[in-house]
Design a protein. Structure first.
Length: 375
């Protein structure tokens, strides 16, 4: 039963690379030869804790806005995108010319690989981290330097700067909080990285999970520098993974480079739901508290039974199951709980998405059965 444990990038990466690769003469398969696409859905009734999706879905106001606009969706409704861009920029304290909307954050990630990496411009990433960017850069024959995370799960920024110099990096990727670990890199470390990285190396900061954390954003840097790109998505805390909506924030020159690969109108349902989400007072704080409470209760349960978890400030965490991660994931799926996978650098550590209280109760029951520990 391998299909339910495929990562999110397994099916989004191919969807997002077709446009980019068509312009550079590579078939999508060349960038995703290791990708395993889902072949069948998880059994009905399974608890899905594998893709870092929100178990709560879009906020009620966002659902209502998406439903209401369907009757008008025979039109492109271009002004809606401008309205969303302007509201996002206002809330983040940046100018509108620093904001561009995309269908999720995977597409700007893929575009970044095409625009800023090549055979002569390398990429520096953490290990483990979200892999789509590295996979596509490697398909472009770029040198991809993978730098192991520190023991506390933070990016090793000193080693990343050394690697950037070694591979003449055109791009450095920092996911904060990181995926798959949920761990954070302190603001002081990010500031040091910005002050010490090579001048030609652009820094792409993926903040897909930032709203689950109390960590500060670096988005204000796009008003001061032309070498920082910040990504946000509505897929996680806002519960809009299937609607596809994301934001790239950067200097206008960097946004133009990303846009050089073409453009398409965004789904009006996603735009309407995104606007309603941004206008919902207290939504971020409420969902952050909810996620933190459920995550920490599960982590404490695991740790009291001798299973080490990495520190997390996201809607996922990693736990050392003390055995082959792939086999453990399969055993959990057979008990109706579909969790994430392990990574080559950590073969016994698996990722678990945070679900509802009831879903995490089912996780604990299945975990106890697979490991033979007390419930």
């Amino acid at each position: 039963m391998s299909s339910p444990v495929a990562s999110r990038r397994s099916f989004l990466q191919l969807a997002g690379t077709g446009l980019a690769l068509s312009g550079i003469g590579l078939a999508p398969a060349a960038a995703a030869s290791s990708v395993i696409l889902p072949t069948r859905a998880a059994p009905v009734g399974s608890v899905l804790l594998n893709f870092n999706e929100s178990p709560y879905g879009p906020a009620p106001a966002a659902q209502a806005a998406a439903r209401a606009i369907i009757a008008e969706s025979g039109r492109y409704l271009f002004p809606l995108a401008g309205e969303l861009r302007n509201l996002f920029a206002e809330q983040e304290g940046i100018s509108t010319d620093r904001v561009r909307l995309y269908p999720g954050s995977s597409e700007p990630l893929n575009r970044a690989a095409v625009v800023w990496t090549s055979a002569t411009a390398g990429l520096v990433v953490a290990d483990p981290t979200f892999e789509a960017l590295g996979d596509l850069a490697a398909a472009r024959v770029a040198t991809v330097a993978k730098v192991p995370l520190r023991a506390d799960g933070a990016h090793d920024v000193h080693a990343m700067v050394d690697a950037a110099r070694r591979v003449d990096a055109g791009l450095m990727y920092l996911c904060n909080p990181n995926n798959p670990t949920g761990s954070i890199t302190p603001a002081a470390d990010v500031a040091w990285l910005l002050a010490n990285k090579p001048a030609q190396t652009r820094l792409l900061v993926d903040e897909a999970y930032l709203q689950f954390s109390a960590q500060p954003s670096v988005i204000a840097q796009v008003m001061q520098r032309d070498d920082v790109i910040v990504l946000r998505t509505f897929s996680k805390l806002y519960g809009m993974a299937g609607l596809r909506l994301g934001v790239a924030a950067a200097h206008p020159d960097r946004l133009r480079e990303l846009a050089s690969l073409g453009d398409n109108p965004l789904p009006v349902t996603a735009l309407a739901a995104g606007l309603a989400s941004l206008r919902e007072p207290g939504l971020v704080a409420q969902r952050r508290e909810q996620n933190t409470r459920v995550r920490q209760a599960t982590v404490e349960w695991l740790q009291t039974r001798g299973f080490r978890c990495l520190p997390s400030e996201a809607n996922c965490f990693m736990v050392d199951v003390q055995r082959d991660g792939a086999g453990f994931t399969k055993a959990m799926a057979e008990r109706g709980v579909v969790i994430g996978r392990s990574w080559p650098i950590w073969p016994t550590i698996v990722r678990v998405s945070v679900g509802t209280e009831a879903e995490m109760e089912a996780f604990r029951t299945a975990f106890a059965a697979v490991t033979g520990t007390r419930r």
